[in-house]
Design a protein around this ligand. Structure first.
Ligand code: FAD
Length: 245
């Protein structure tokens, strides 16, 4: 059997302690993890994630790195309390001092900076990545436009604002239809001005919605597949239903 010369390094295992738990909005827990295992953590990309090993189980779930500070040995996750799965239940009951294990993030060698206009579409599970993209605007010269479909208007994060003139953030409140944000995100995409010369789209939401939105951008806005990075972050009725599309 041929062995690869440079096998991909495994995501690091990090055993950490819960330093604090906050509730920025009713259905969100902001969990700060800390410990010596975070001394070498590095995350450059706004959508980097770790795998959280739910304590007492062998269940692993993906969570975006909302903030990282290797010097302070801290890592922040924003976990949606959607009410069903083991990870959401852990987040709902976690307390300062609890122990937990995370793996990652995967080392990535793609450039962090970007110059093109980026249009980000997502739901509350994508908000940590989208917020990070807005907040790290000093790392890239490209414009950022964010559309977030909320499942509850109370989930608006009032302190989250674009830092740079020209970047935008649009909260799409629920309108009574149980469509997982599909109709609102599609309307936002149709209203958006796609005429910028260099433009890409990033999509992260429920898997069927992400798939439909990607198809919409290809068919209606004439984007090519290479202009779109799309992922399902969860899937209705399925445990661990996230997938790269
Ligand atoms: C790369 C990546 C990054 C992610 N980042 C984040 C993040 O920063 N914050 C975050 O909260 N989530 C994030 N997610 C989504 C999160 O991993 C999933 O929601 C995951 O399914 C939660 O695990 P669980 O154990 O709570 O539920 P599971 O056991 O996976 O699912 C149990 C049930 O809950 C339902 N369910 C799962 N998620 C949701 C939801 N959001 N809303 C309604 N129903 C749901 C499923 O359909 C299933 O029926 C990310 C996913 C990916 C792939």
């Amino acid at each position: 059997m041929k062995v690869a010369d440079n096998p991909a390094p495994r995501p690091a295992r990090r055993d950490v302690t819960v330093a604090s738990v906050m509730a920025p909005t009713p259905r969100l827990r902001r969990i700060v993890l800390e410990g010596p295992d975070l001394a070498d953590i590095r995350s450059d990309r706004f959508d980097d994630h770790v795998k959280l090993l739910v304590p007492g189980t062998d269940v692993r779930r993906s969570y975006t790195i909302r903030h990282v500070d290797a010097q302070a040995r801290q890592l922040t996750l924003d976990c949606v309390l959607h009410g069903h799965g083991p990870a959401a239940q852990w987040a709902a009951s976690v307390r300062t001092g609890d122990r937990v294990t995370v793996f990652g993030p995967k080392p990535r060698h793609e450039p962090v900076a970007f110059a093109e206009t980026r249009i980000l579409f997502g739901d509350t599970t994508a908000l940590p990545a989208m917020a990070r993209c807005l907040e790290t605007a000093d790392r890239h010269s490209g414009r950022v436009h964010v559309y977030v479909a909320l499942d509850d208007a109370g989930e608006r994060q009032r302190d989250l604002k674009p830092l740079r003139p020209g970047d935008t953030l649009a909260w799409l409140d629920p309108d009574g239809m149980d469509d997982l944000g599909w109709v609102r995100l599609r309307h936002a995409a149709r209203r958006h001005d796609w005429s910028a010369a260099d433009i890409t789209a990033w999509i992260a939401t429920e898997t069927s919605v992400a798939r439909r939105l990607r198809a919409e951008l290809i068919e209606e806005e004439a984007l090519s597949r290479t202009q779109i990075k799309a992922a399902g972050y969860w899937r209705v009725g399925e445990a661990d239903g996230g997938m790269r599309l």
